[in-house]
Design a protein around this ligand. Structure first.
Ligand code: MSP
Length: 527
């Protein structure tokens, strides 16, 4: 009995140590832009943080390849649709590598494993009486792959467009299968109510709730007038609506319907679906309704982040205001871009990005603050401590104060991360860097050559903080963090968040390695 109880407790502990994060799967209608890179980098930040904190992480990204939007894009280029998808999907997969993402899978909706999973889900919905055949007459936006009601459409210069996205809509009159979405209105509202963090940040919740409260109509979930999609089981005239198809990627990648396999058992329900605010309705209304109807558990959280703006507008192909992440990376390097996007775009809100601000970030935070601290303390230790981690030390109040500041914040950092408060995390790092530079200046170790224990202690303390900050920076700027940790010969596999509690982690008398400059300062451009 007792061992059973302990086993359960252990299981719970182990289960709680699983973390599943997803990005939206991207339309391979054109090559990736900064907005896509942003979603992926943020997801990678969380994945790396959780891994650092001892979690078993599943991190999924991929491409959403069916539907009229993709079919039309391929037609325009005069390329066979699957070949078109293969080519552009590869640019997204390549970008994952370029962005140094630690995704554990990359799913394409044209893969067999996905198609069979979606068809199974359809059959489940059908079996549960959630689907019926009827006719859709209404507005459709190919660009959003979304149906809009009359009051969601406006006319500008004689052209109809969706008010919310400004994308043009066309009239559709078509036989279609419907999902009984209306039936889930109350259960969804109850769910939002009982799970107050399900839709985050809180500012986005009201938008969803008022949409649901305004009355949900049954949703058209198949198309008949084109064929680029997954066939509706037992009706070869229809393909499954691309959003039902796409949303299911989050479970098809876990081998649904095999709910007994380890991936599904460990990682469903997902810890967080990270998405852009433009696709909140699909994730916070349709997806949970499909899952409820199929009797599958709901994800724990949907987080809708803001947009990367280019000249005050959402970056998009149709607006022609695309910023290419690869160009920026070639010019400044990957880590500066990751740092900049994570720090400067207040998470959850829209953010305007500019090269000038990016350069400021590189110069002030990365080169002056972090890079300089590393170089300075190592150079000092080379000269005054024989190039080794000092051996004899004796912490005083001022040393413990700065070390304890990190230790005492570890739990709140974990909590803030679980609330996606990236701004807190980065502010904590920037402040700690500032405090550490100040500590080193104020302690004036260069004047302590006659008190070698004091000198050693200041160096040891500063080195410990360099280690700790490098760990904290690892989810943001992994390459540079690992480069800084080469000072101590610490390898990626050794990184553990819990060691940040330890003020004596660095092995006394071990060698300190010289490292190349971490960040080059940028000569400022004017943009
Ligand atoms: N294929 C759908 C998602 C299906 S998920 C089951 C889709 N694809 S998308 O390629 O158009 O956009 C995917 C995501 O890219 C957006 O939700 C958003 O996360 C991100 N972004 C696209 N443009 C963006 C910005 N300008 N800024 C920030 N992110 C934006 O929608």
């Amino acid at each position: 009995m007792k061992s059973h109880y302990l086993l359960n407790l252990m299981m719970k502990y182990l289960m709680d140590k699983n973390f599943y994060i997803t990005t939206p799967i991207y339309y391979p209608s054109a090559k990736p832009h900064m907005g896509h890179a942003y979603s992926s980098i943020i997801a990678d930040f969380f994945a790396r943080f959780k891994r650092l904190d001892g979690f078993n992480v599943n991190f999924l990204t991929g491409t959403d390849e069916h539907g009229l939007k993709i079919q039309k894009a391929a037609e325009q280029k005069n390329v066979e649709t699957l070949k078109f998808c293969n080519d552009i999907s590869k640019t997204f997969r390549d970008l994952s590598k370029i962005l140094n993402l630690t995704n554990t899978d990359f799913i394409r909706t044209t893969e067999e494993r996905h198609k069979s999973s979606v068809q199974y889900l359809w059959k489940e919905l059908e079996k549960n009486g959630e689907i019926y055949l009827s006719k859709y007459s209404g507005w459709y936006s190919v660009s959003d792959e979304a149906f809009y009601s009359y009051d969601e459409v406006e006319e500008i210069n004689g052209k109809k467009q969706a008010i919310i996205s400004k994308s043009s809509v066309e009239w559709m009159d078509e036989e279609s299968y419907f999902f009984r979405l209306s039936k889930w209105e109350k259960p969804l509202l109850d769910y939002y109510n009982n799970n107050p963090n399900f839709i985050s940040p809180p500012s986005r919740k009201n938008e969803v709730i008022s949409f649901v409260k305004s009355g949900l109509k049954d949703l058209s979930i198949s198309r008949k007038s084109f064929s680029w999609g997954i066939q509706v089981p037992n009706d070869k005239d229809h393909v499954i609506y691309v959003w039902l198809d796409a949303l299911a990627n989050y479970i098809s990648a876990l081998n649904y319907p095999d709910t007994n396999n380890d991936l599904f058992k460990n990682f469903w329900p997902a810890s967080i679906h990270l998405i852009g605010k433009d696709i909140l309705r699909f994730h916070a209304v349709y997806w949970p309704a499909f899952l409820l109807a199929a009797k599958i558990k709901l994800p724990k959280k949907i987080y809708g982040h803001g947009w990367i703006l280019s000249g005050d507008e959402k970056m998009s192909k149709s607006k022609g205001n695309i910023l290419d992440p690869i160009e920026i990376i070639n010019k400044y390097g990957l880590d500066p871009l990751r740092y900049y996007l994570i720090k400067e775009v207040s998470f959850g809100n829209d953010g305007n990005i500019s090269q000038k601000r990016l350069e400021d970030c590189i110069n002030s935070d990365l080169a002056n603050n972090f890079g300089n601290l590393c170089q300075r303390v190592v150079a000092f230790a080379q000269k005054n401590c024989g190039g080794k981690v000092p051996n004899k030390i004796d912490f005083k109040e001022e040393d413990l104060k700065i070390l304890d500041n990190i230790k005492s914040n570890l739990n709140s950092i974990r909590e803030k991360i679980d609330n996606q408060d990236i701004n807190y995390y980065i502010d904590f790092i920037v402040n700690t860097l500032f405090e550490t530079n100040k500590y080193f200046n104020d302690q004036e170790p260069w004047k302590k050559k006659n008190d070698i224990i004091r000198l050693n202690t200041i160096v040891y303390t500063t080195l410990e903080i360099v280690r700790k900050i490098s760990y904290l920076l690892y989810p943001i700027i992994p390459q540079s963090s690992l480069k800084a940790l080469m000072i101590f010969n610490i390898k990626e596999s050794e990184l553990k968040f819990s060691t940040l509690e330890n003020h004596n982690y660095l092995k006394k008398n071990s060698d300190l390695n010289k490292i190349d400059i971490l960040f080059k300062k940028i000569e400022k451009t004017n943009d």
